[in-house]
Design a protein around this ligand. Sequence first.
Ligand code: ADP
Ligand code: ZN
Length: 736
Amino acid sequence: MKDTAGVSSPPRVRVMLPLPLAGAYDYRAPAELDLQPGDVVTVPLGQRHLFGVVWDPAPPAAEAAEPVAEHRLKPVLARLPVPPMSPSLRRFIDWVAAYTLAPPGAVLRMALSAPAAFEPASPQAGWTLAPPGNSQPRLTPERRRVLALLQPGEVRAGGALAEAAQVSVGVLRGMAENGLLRPALLPHHSRFRRPDPDHPGPALAGPQAAAAAALVAKVAARQFAVTLLTGVTGSGKTEVYFDAVAEALRQGRQALVLLPEIALSAQWLDRFRARFGVAPALWHSELTSKTRRDTWRAVADGEVAVLVGARSALFLPYPDLGLVVVDEEHETAFKQEEGVIYHARDMAVVRARFAAASCVLVSATPSLESLTNAETGRYAALDLPTRHGGASLPQVVPVDLRKTPPERGRFLAPPLVAAVTATLARGEQAMLFLNRRGYAPLTLCRACGHRMRCPNCTAWLVEHRAQRRLTCHHCGHTEAPPAACPECGAEHSLTAVGPGVERVQEEAAQLWPDARRLVMASDNIPGPAAAAAAAQAISNREVDLIIGTQIVAKGWHFPHLTLVGVVDADLGLAGGDLRAAERTVQLLHQVAGRAGRAEAPGQVLLQSFSPEHPVMQALIANDLDAFMAEEAAMRKPGHWPPFGRLAALIVSAEDERAADRVARDLGLAAPGGDGIQVLGPAPAPLALLRGRHRRRLLLKCRRDVAVQPLLREWLARVEIPGNVRLQVDVDPVSFL
Ligand code: ADP
Ligand code: ZN
């Protein structure tokens, strides 16, 4: 390379920093570091030293920008002793950034989420036998026990050695001083044991075996492919994709399984252990920093063969990813709504493509997006039509709340009460499902009609009676219930309106005082251990009646549960966004699928004010295919996803007028043209959230319109002052 003076310039490299910058920065590359793209390095930035990754040379088009002058280039300080970031991960990061319009450094940050892993591991010291010397130290019985435990050349950790010999650590130190032992480094032991693909698992036959063979063939082909694996709840989808995981292991490649909620996956982990002999490595936000560091490092070193994680696990540095499974692919929990806004299911497909890996999307109630991709042949499709072991699907029956309403002030209608009573009398388990935490969603003054609202959000305060609090589920604001109405001052006039799970539990306690009841909501099941304990108690039949929010809907297998009562089947339809009906069908079908998973047949009762609604009819007829076909027919003409593209702009500011100004400017600068439409600006349904005023615009395009260039040009036309935040949500799931 020549600069303008004709002198050859020292080599420079582009380094991507884990910061929300527009792109990579140029640095001088000292020859002795021999830097290659992917190397993890430290570089100076201002007064700081930062980790970064040597990025690929800029594509020629981007070269137009004026390069930083030679004399202003700062040098790369060091190359860190970690495996370089693979080209496939670097391309994935670039791709996610371009697709979501996030700064690439913000995406990189997710891939460097365990910076402690870049420090060389502090080698662990232990003790080994010292070579025989001239002195003859005194041998107490304690010392003899220690010596008897060590083979020549063997190194053991001090704590473990002392414990095995039943001596204090001081004894070991004394022995070292006397020339009997010497310190030595412990050999590196991975805490991650390799899952055994040939560990005996359940025998698959019939459609299960055929589906497993098809998935195994895809993994063995070592090529990118996407398969949608569907099948009713309990049909054995998990066992089937475990065979694909086994094949990835045999191929010597890594497998990644994404689950929507790791905290609720105790039973899944048990099944994995049963199938592969060891637990998989885990990745989620609640790992300790030490486990995070060890896991990141072991993934990078290829020691972790199977990793199970939340969506952020997509950004781990697998050296050779051969399989990506997305279980419960329809779950909205896969959408990250903060920071880099991305859909992990969609990005899993992209990750697999860059890694030449097989991708399997799994669901009993697949999203319309994935179904459509299967229909057009972009994805292969496999289906398991029946429950394993001949268990029948539960019968779904409506309870028409207009005809058989609950008693005044109650929420369980007579047919549901009777069904629960009969189930408990047979010694079977029952479940009441209501997707609402707390005691009551609304507190109202009977005297003046005042509603208790959050001061920071467009939301009612939810009563949590056990804690004697009114709480906002959006921002966490909480206050004690006032003795008198804050508006009119009337005393004892505040009333709870509507039920949450706590209130259903109160009613259940009156109806079935002798039943052992368990409430399962995030308030009392705060983490993985509590969820596992609850699942265990249910499996052990220590519980008769389960009352829960959506956390009871997830993948659980409770063989003695035969009745599910849905307290308010209409609940999810109220919001009325694009996917409200689809999501309600999926959630209620998942809940229903908890019933009758063993010999005893299951029954599901849906309390609804409109049993004639297509959602209820689809559940009653157990015909989700027809329902999804109707959904597709409804969305197609208007080019709604997946037959068109959406991107949302969310403007927010503490100053309402500032938010309005930017929203208006965006509206005026909106793109137009054939197949392009902009809706809004309009106040968001959550017009106030955590004290910020929010406005939304929605870009809707035909499928053949490239959304990102349109968005980039649009945003470049509008100035966003520092006190206003603009979020871009490509393929929005939430419209709040
Ligand atoms: P899904 O994922 O489709 O809901 P699972 O894979 O969870 O279904 O299977 C449901 C239950 O049936 C699990 O307890 C599983 O271990 C068991 N099961 C599935 N297939 C087999 C099989 N071929 N042999 C033995 N048990 C099986
Ligand atoms: Zn709030």
